[in-house]
Design a protein around this ligand. Structure first.
Ligand SMILES: C[S@@+](CC[C@H](N)C(=O)[O-])C[C@H]1O[C@@H](n2cnc3c(N)ncnc32)[C@H](O)[C@@H]1O
Length: 429
């Protein structure tokens, strides 16, 4: 397809935003392919059948015997939730997922609220208001739980609180607004809340005031570039995707990095002092041995680099100079595809997960979910924003800020602490 690769025009996810049909006879960077697959307003994964599960009534953990009991009840509620959706509009391809915010509501939000109140009082109180930005707020549950908690526990802080959501999905922004209007208690928060239906990458407004910036399970869907290294020279090559006239996909690698990927490589190198993992042996002997294998490829295994995450840190550094970030995401993911820092690519069909082995699949039908390497992310964030951070395992953060007895079962097992072993929390100090 080399001739087509020369001839077909190069497009970006931005160019494709207005398109109703998936593109053909074009080429693009892997980052744009992933972004288009996930976020295209017409056929992207997030604009289609994504539903975030909510358990209805919060779980009463003290009435459950142990984690198995919790799991059984969760499965029951999950099926009931989906049955009720199917009763209104049946679907074989509905994408349903849950997050700790939803499973452990309101206790998860209570812990975050405790963190926010304590850190606000230690820093800018009483000179500034408590301004909270939340990027990617899902159903709006964290917002409601945080505001309920502050209203109940610290009315003086509550009177000075403002909560702003930055949400890319129109469907979810609408849901967040309706959740806010759903009950009298929630409506009470309405004058404190602003829901901004926009991608964080389109943000241009300067926010000079001190604020907290929350991001829970958003990094995992940020688009990545794909890099493979020339095994002889160790030079990186960047992956492009070509789509032919039938809609089939082909991967190409070019030694010319685009400015964003090139900048990521430079920033990472400077921020970590050159100490980061690569997808090929670190010693010359190891590399030589690899090239001696029969049919050895001349390029390394792929590495997925978080170029969009770097651009998010750019937005924070440039437009939110006085922010303090609080973010949680997965540091590892099971069943990911081949490569370093590689994603899980999967869809759901008739209520069953269907994993596949490449992100080059029919755009919009598959979730593409990346782990976050917190060590590198932390170094990159520090280099870009000039701020210091701390990274804790999800469990350690919760031990610090949750009232752990709220989620303890009768046997002493505590799902808030033992689930999400593969998640970490990073915050600005
Ligand atoms: C996995 S959900 C997490 C929802 C919620 N934070 C929770 O933990 O329940 C990811 C959320 O991020 C939003 N999102 C993804 N990319 C975004 C972007 N570039 N700007 C703003 N929101 C984004 C999605 O629409 C969705 O609301």
């Amino acid at each position: 397809m080399s001739e087509e690769f020369q001839r077909f025009p190069m497009v970006t996810a931005m160019d494709l935003r207005g398109r109703k049909e998936r593109p053909r006879r074009v080429k693009m960077l892997m980052r744009d392919f992933i972004e288009d697959s996930l976020y295209n307003p017409n056929y992207g994964y997030f604009s289609k059948q994504v539903v975030i599960f909510t358990p209805g009534e919060p779980f009463d953990f003290s009435s459950l015997y142990d984690e198995l009991d919790f799991h059984a009840l969760l499965s029951k509620r999950y099926v009931e939730f989906e049955n009720s959706l199917d009763a209104v509009s049946p679907s074989d391809t509905r994408q349903l997922w849950y997050t700790p915010t939803e499973l452990f509501r309101p206790y998860y939000g209570d812990s975050i609220a405790r963190y926010l109140i304590a850190n606000y009082k230690l820093t800018t109180y009483p000179y500034h208001d408590l301004i909270i930005y939340e990027m990617g707020a899902g159903r709006g549950t964290l917002m409601l739980n945080i505001l309920d908690y502050i209203r109940e526990v610290d009315p003086a802080v509550y009177s000075r609180t403002k909560y702003k959501i930055i949400e890319i999905s129109t469907q979810l922004a609408t849901l967040q607004t309706s959740q806010l209007m759903q009950s009298t208690a929630a409506r009470g928060h309405a004058d404190k809340v602003e829901i901004i239906n926009q991608s964080i990458f389109d943000w241009t407004n300067p926010v000079p005031s001190p604020c907290f910036f929350l991001a829970f399970e958003v990094f995992d869907n940020f688009a990545h570039d794909i890099i493979r290294y020339d095994m002889a020279t160790e030079k990186p090559l960047q992956g492009h995707v070509l789509i032919d006239d039938l809609g089939d996909f082909y991967e190409f690698y070019s030694p010319q990095l685009d400015p964003v990927a090139a900048r990521y490589m430079r920033v990472r190198d400077a921020a970590t002092g050159g100490r980061y993992q690569l997808p090929y042996p670190s010693t010359r002997l190891g590399r030589w041995l690899q090239t001696q294998k029969p049919m050895a490829p001349n390029l390394s295994a792929p590495e997925y680099i978080p170029t969009r995450l770097m651009q998010f840190f750019d937005v924070l550094g440039r437009h939110f100079p006085a922010h303090r970030l609080l973010t949680s995401d997965f540091h590892s993911l099971p069943d990911s595809i081949k490569g370093l820092n590689s994603p899980i690519v999967q869809t759901r069909f008739q209520r069953r997960p269907v994993p596949v082995s490449t992100p080059l699949v029919h755009q919009g039908y598959f979730d593409i979910m990346f782990p976050t390497n917190f060590q590198t992310a932390e170094a990159t964030y520090q280099a870009i924003t000039g701020k210091l951070t701390r990274v804790l395992k999800h469990e350690d953060f919760m031990r610090r800020w949750a009232y752990v007895e709220d989620t303890e079962t009768q046997s002493g097992e505590n799902p808030l602490l033992t689930w999400y072993k593969n998640a970490s929390v990073m915050y600005t100090v």
